[in-house]
Design a binder for this molecule. Sequence first.
Ligand code: SAH
Length: 208
Amino acid sequence: MMERVRSGGVRDPRVLAAMAAVPREEFVLAADREQAYADRALPIGEGQTISQPLMVALIVEALELRPGDLALDIGTGSGYQAAVMAACGARVVSVERLPGLARAAAERLRRLGCAVEVIAGDGSLGLPDRAPFNAIAVGAAAPHLPAVLARQLGEGGRLVVPIHAGPAGENLVRLRVRAAAWLTEDLGPCRFVPLIGADAYAPPRRDG
Ligand code: SAH
């Protein structure tokens, strides 16, 4: 897995160390443990997936986390990406809309000793009470650039989010706050499950 992460272009030593330290097999279903270090997304229940390790590494590298940074992770899923962010030294708050996944992730992260606070709820509006953040990662595809989230970044803050780019999938976009202006960069194509919430896509009908 680490070879793939390196050949995929990830260079930041802090991110490489974090990827090597977090046991991905603890975040996948028992039946998929053998696949845990393959560079592929895997199911985690409730129709959701844990992203492929290279994608997680690229997102976390793009966040440019420094020890002590306050970081928001939207779409906890298994908790894997939040754990990698915490292993980079960030204080991480992670929000998951599906209560069952939030509960399982919180329990898993506690058991593994990862300093991540998990909150169940819609993260599409961010966490205004906790802002400003140094970094915000969105682990699901947003329909448009989430201005609500960008407003919760402090000076120098980074937001990394997959944004709908047509039927073929999403573009990973980084937004940076510099002198109160927003600078965006395109980091390349990607594929994510949809972000569902008040400032995102509507829930599927059977989802209640
Ligand atoms: N990064 C995660 C995988 C994320 S999958 C990991 O490492 O395992 C995307 C997750 O986003 C899913 O669990 C989905 O339920 C969640 N999600 C979708 N919309 C959301 C929203 N508005 N707020 C919080 N979580 C959301």
